[in-house]
Design a protein around this ligand. Structure first.
Ligand code: WTA
Length: 653
């Protein structure tokens, strides 16, 4: 954690603190007593949150905890899609806008709750006609268009767990996820719009399905209308969905019925299929969305800029906001298309009041310059959120001043695919916030910062972030990999969930996240494992061995730096051409987000006598630092050679 310790030094000097405005505090959804209420009786507290949902059958027990397996609201029955849609329409809110959709080329759609419900019902009928029944897994590989949310809700409606695969992943990555979940159906689109052009998605599905799988049908949304290869397996979305009956009576499912699987990177090459169930997950996403974002459904226009391919899109675009009857903006494209003010233009156009985005985008805006946000009216904004990686105090201050006009509280929200919902965050009407700190655990949640022997470190000290009590939206396991579930999360500290993050408590007990302490990188808020990229590199015929590290990067948080040893005796492209080939190879294996920022060809890697690669030393090189203690290296000269090689590569630049 050497890098973590350095940033710690800076944090110690942070003395700025911003209390909530009096007016905001007075009308905030969460009032100070909430902490005490949750503390007094956490299970009664969660039970009260669960009662906000619509259940067909009440639960008989709030929690059954058989470490490390939790069951929440046991015996209860409900339907996720009914909670997100039917109950709003049933209570006369059908005309409220659910989504203002903004396509990248400028096409728009306004979709009310009644319309969204109708589309979801038709899609659910279509899935049933195709032969999908409760328990079948459905892979969803889509651009950011309304049909992505409709597909997810239609799956949930019939009890078929969805596995959304981010549209930026490659055919290979898609296939491995289809295989792991044993999906029966893939829902995709011909393509989507990004950076001013149509990109294709369907060919990646076709490519993936050349592998071994049990996919019977592919449902294809016509988004770009580009030329698309077709087979007997393929069905156009509009051809089957449009002719379906408008009625669909949803069946309720057990509270612990699997709602979805979402793959995320771990410390090995194989992604983990994190799976979530229904009642507890929906309870916590709806509750956190309501209190953290202070949602006033009648008046707010909320915009979470995440993609549905990530957990943030699941919890804070699809499930949480719709359960709370929120009006949202959904945007298909990139923030700089057709110009760098696109996001701000959309905020002004729809009068967005709550914006939830990622530090990497905030830093990008800072780099582009204040003139872009300043050219648009952002005065409707009243609350700002951040997620995905630690937000630097400078970026936090810029977000507050330039985007929030010094008037909006900022909620820096810490959570994970595994936690399902926000765990650590200020509450906007209660917490006085410090720039760069996620502040404290939410009411109902229990977390600690501990040392190597699981002892709480106390204020002013750093350590490992752990969650020491079960929470409703916690993962229920890794799909099909029980031992890995226990090994990954519950073995570092016996019987305690270890999140993989380092954290520090300041003198006041506020929590500062310090990034991952394992072999997982965080690039623009996306988790990528070092091993995954190493395996991709080694699968190229020119590569004998590879070591990958995440190096601090001013824009993306971390950048991927790879050290590669080439195989002797085989012909391969030389110099720059080979590096391009290797980068493209990684993109093909995993997806463009995993492309190394830099690849260095080396003759040796620093290894301990037992053969373990010392990534810590490579990280020092990649971050331009004095190389740390190398005394345990089998060959102490290796680092000098690597550093010299790096220097000559730089000289050539
Ligand atoms: C990191 C995203 C600091 C952290 C919701 C975590 C954060 C990983 C924050 C989970 C934050 C997320 N401050 N770090 N506010 N939010 N992280 O699964 O390292 O894509 O373990 O979930 O992102 O990433 P995931």
């Amino acid at each position: 954690m050497s890098q973590a310790h350095e940033s710690l030094e800076n944090l110690l000097h942070e003395e700025r603190c911003f209390a909530p405005g009096i007016e905001f505090a007075a009308s905030a959804n969460a009032q100070p007593e909430i902490y005490e209420r949750a503390e007094r009786d956490p299970l009664a507290f969660w039970q009260a949150q669960a009662r906000e949902l619509t259940w067909e059958q009440p639960w008989s027990a709030v929690l059954e905890w058989d470490m490390p397996y939790a069951k929440w609201f046991v015996g209860g029955k409900l339907n996720a899609s009914v909670n997100a849609l039917d109950r709003h329409v049933g209570q006369g809110r059908g005309d409220r806008v659910a989504f203002y959709f903004e396509g990248e080329p400028g096409d728009t759609q306004t979709i009310t709750y009644a319309q969204l419900l109708m589309e979801v019902k038709k899609a659910a009928n279509a899935l049933t006609e195709i032969g999908i029944t409760a328990g079948d897994r459905v892979a969803i590989y889509m651009p950011m268009i309304p049909e992505a949310a409709i597909a997810m809700l239609a799956c949930a409606r019939i009890g078929a767990p969805h596995s959304v695969v981010f549209g930026g992943f490659s055919a290979d990555a898609l296939l491995s996820r289809i295989q792991d979940a044993d999906a029966k159906l893939v829902i995709t689109a011909d393509g989507g719009f990004r950076k001013g052009a149509a990109f294709a998605l369907k060919p990646a599905v076709d490519e993936a399905l050349k592998g071994k799988h049990n996919v019977e049908k592919v449902l294809v949304v016509a988004r770009t209308k580009q030329e698309t290869a077709w087979s007997d397996r393929d069905i156009w979305w509009h051809e089957i969905v449009d002719r379906q009956p408008l009625e669909h009576v949803a069946q309720s499912f057990d509270s612990e019925h699997p709602l979805f699987i979402l793959y995320t990177s771990g410390t090995t090459a194989k992604p983990k299929g994190i799976f979530h169930t229904t009642g507890g997950y929906l309870t916590q996403v709806a509750y956190t969305h309501k209190v953290v974002f202070d949602i006033k459904a009648e008046s707010d226009v909320y915009w979470c800029t995440a993609d549905v391919g990530w957990i943030t899109g699941h919890s804070y675009i699809v499930y949480g906001p719709l359960i709370n009857g929120t009006t949202q903006v959904m945007y298909e494209g990139t923030p700089d298309t057709p110009h760098k003010g696109r996001i701000f233009e959309i905020i002004a156009k729809y009068g967005v009041t709550i914006l939830y985005t990622a530090p990497t985008l905030i830093r990008t805006w800072m780099k582009w310059g204040d003139e872009f946000p300043c050219a648009h009216d952002l005065t409707t904004l009243r609350l700002l959120g951040s997620v995905g990686e630690p937000i630097n105090p400078e970026a936090w201050m810029w977000y507050r001043e330039i985007i929030g006009g010094n008037r909006c509280p900022i909620v820096d929200t810490w959570w994970q695919t595994e936690t399902g919902a926000i765990m650590i965050s200020p509450l906007p009407g209660i917490t006085a916030t410090k720039p760069g700190s996620a502040m404290g655990v939410l009411p109902g949640i229990s977390a600690q910062v501990v040392d190597d022997s699981a002892k709480p470190v106390g204020n002013g000290r750093g350590g490992f972030l752990i969650l020491d009590k079960p929470w409703p939206s916690m993962l229920r396991g890794i799909w099909g990999e029980d031992d890995r579930y226990k090994q990954t999360y519950w073995s570092r500290f016996e019987g305690i969930y270890f999140a993989g993050d380092g954290a520090k408590l300041d003198e006041d007990g506020a929590i500062w996240l310090l990034g991952r302490v394992d072999d997982v990188m965080n690039v623009s808020g996306h988790r990528i494992s070092t091993t995954e990229v190493e395996s991709a590199l080694v699968s190229h015929e020119a590569v004998a061995e590879a070591a990958v590290v995440g190096a601090a990067d001013a824009m993306t948080g971390q950048g991927i730096v790879a050290f590669v040893i080439l195989r002797g005796g085989i012909a391969h492209a030389d110099g720059e051409a080979l590096l391009v080939e290797l980068r493209n190879h990684v993109a093909k294996q995993i997806g463009p987000i995993a492309k190394p920022r830099q690849i260095l060809i080396v003759n040796e890697l620093p290894k301990t006598r037992s053969g373990k690669i010392m990534r810590r030393l490579l990280k020092d090189v990649a971050e331009d630092r004095q190389v740390g203690d190398a005394t345990t290296l089998a060959d102490p000269n290796v680092m000098k050679l690597i550093a010299a090689g790096l220097q000559s590569a730089k000289d050539e630049d």
